[in-house]
Design a protein around this ligand. Structure first.
Ligand code: SAJ
Length: 412
């Protein structure tokens, strides 16, 4: 295929566009936001992801990526739009529907449509197919339709797009094979073909597997605090077993994947997905659990400095950040300051902000925080107290400077 249209130029759409463009497939990029199109057409990017800026710049200069707000006719369409959840934890598929409607207007016989967004089970055939068939063409007969979920880890998207294995579900075998041919342009991992529902559930279960395991670790943290021991030691020693891999506890689970995808399964299966439902609730309970710990450490009106507010370390993404949820819980009770080098608004000097503080909380373990001087902090804080929600700092090193060190999951 010589040309592909990618609809949705976000965390997945733009890196995917860059991969196609640098492997000889011309990309017509589409985004509803004119400013995003302008940024990319100017050779710049609007998200932070290693290596992406260079790839996009090269591709734009060579005329391999060109963006607009309109979907124009071509041979293949990849839909990579967001699929958020509503406040009552239901999948919001409106962006998929709207992208599908735009494709339907220009769809022609023999075209290929790929849904790359993570979606609820059966979305490809029950939601997207009828929208596309408004074109008057029949899926599987007149055009090809497949679901090809992304599996990349923010922070290493470019490497993983190329090297990860992929699962492609087709509405029929021809659709899956067509989509496989297209992705083979740049994917070096294995590409497995199956039906659309299996591919949808694969994607959802990968993230659910991780979410359930993190919930288990978070429950263990609560158990250890209750029983008077250290969850991090339990994890370290239990993981010496060849078939055990306990995950790590923390202040909760964020991002647009783990904190969202399991709800799609819960919604679609009416009461069956009980472990998944409870795990989501367990992970969602962590910010308020941390808030309770804070109330045992400092009085009301205390000055609290939180280090890190993105959903995970070394990324600039705040979607579903558990630390922002924590802030929401405590902001009326305390004077809260946030420091985060990845977020412009919070890119402040730790030492200026921590003057007279009563408590420092390590919320996200950005590598940059390794250099924090506890010697300096101990001198400028009102009382040197540290709550580490990620087991990031070394207890002995911190205590050496007079800090009281508290660790989530640890009673000692
Ligand atoms: N977290 C913990 N404890 C852990 C691991 C993670 O509390 O032991 C937290 C993180 O701090 C973060 C959240 O979980 O708040 C999610 O982070 P993550 O690194 O586990 O995953 P994501 O959301 O950045 O990316 C996931 C990946 N899925 C899996 O590893 C199964 C990625 O491969 C997917 O492509 C991505 O979701 C997606 O787009 O669905």
């Amino acid at each position: 295929m010589k040309e592909v249209c990618i609809i949705g130029l976000g965390y997945i759409g733009l890196p995917t566009a860059a991969m196609f463009a640098t492997h000889g497939v011309k990309v017509k990029g589409v985004d509803v936001k004119q400013e995003i199109c302008d940024t990319i057409n100017g050779g710049q990017i609007h998200i932070e992801e290693p290596y992406l800026a260079d790839l996009v710049k090269q591709s734009v200069l060579k005329g391999m990526i060109c963006c607009s707000t309109k979907v124009e006719s071509t041979e293949a369409y990849i839909i990579a739009v967001p699929t958020p959840i509503t406040s009552d934890k239901k999948a919001d598929l409106s962006y998929v529907v709207s992208a599908g409607e735009k494709v339907a207007k220009v769809l022609q016989k023999g075209d290929l449509v790929i849904l790359e967004s993570t979606v609820s089970p059966r979305c490809t055939i029950d939601v997207l197919r009828p929208v596309l068939e408004k074109s008057g063409l029949i899926a599987g007969e007149d055009f090809y339709l497949a679901h090809c979920p992304e599996r990349v880890l923010p922070g290493q998207i470019i490497y993983e797009l190329e090297h990860n294995n992929r699962v492609i579900g087709g509405i029929n075998d021809e659709s899956a094979e067509k989509a496989k041919d297209l992705y083979s342009t740049f994917v070096k991992g294995e590409i497995y073909v199956t039906d659309t529902i299996t591919a949808e559930l694969c994607k959802l279960m990968e993230n659910t597997y991780r979410d359930v395991n993190i919930a288990l670790a978070n429950e263990l943290a609560k158990i250890c605090e209750k029983l008077g021991c250290n969850a991090w030691d339990v994890i370290k020693y239990a993981n010496k077993h060849p078939r055990v891999n306990l995950h790590t506890p923390g202040p909760g689970v964020g991002g647009h994947c783990l904190a969202v995808d399991p709800w799609f399964i819960v919604e679609a299966t009416e009461g069956i997905a009980q472990i998944i439902d409870l795990s989501r609730k367990t992970n969602d309970s962590m910010p308020s659990y941390v808030a309770e710990k804070i109330s045992a450490l400092v009085p009301e009106k205390a000055k609290i400095v939180i280090l890190g507010c993105t959903y995970k370390p070394d990324v600039d993404d705040m979607r579903e950040s558990p630390i922002m949820e924590l802030v929401h819980h405590i902001k009326d009770q305390y004077m809260v300051q946030i420091v985060d080098p990845f977020i412009e608004e919070f890119d402040k000097n730790i030492y200026e902000v921590s003057n007279d503080a009563d408590l420092i909380i390590l919320g996200v373990h950005h590598k940059k925080f390794k250099d924090v001087s506890f010697e300096v902090l101990a001198k400028i804080m009102k009382k040197p107290v540290l709550l580490d929600t990620r087991n990031f700092f070394n207890k002995e090193k911190v205590e050496k400077f007079g800090f009281a060190y508290h660790l989530i999951g640890c009673a000692r």
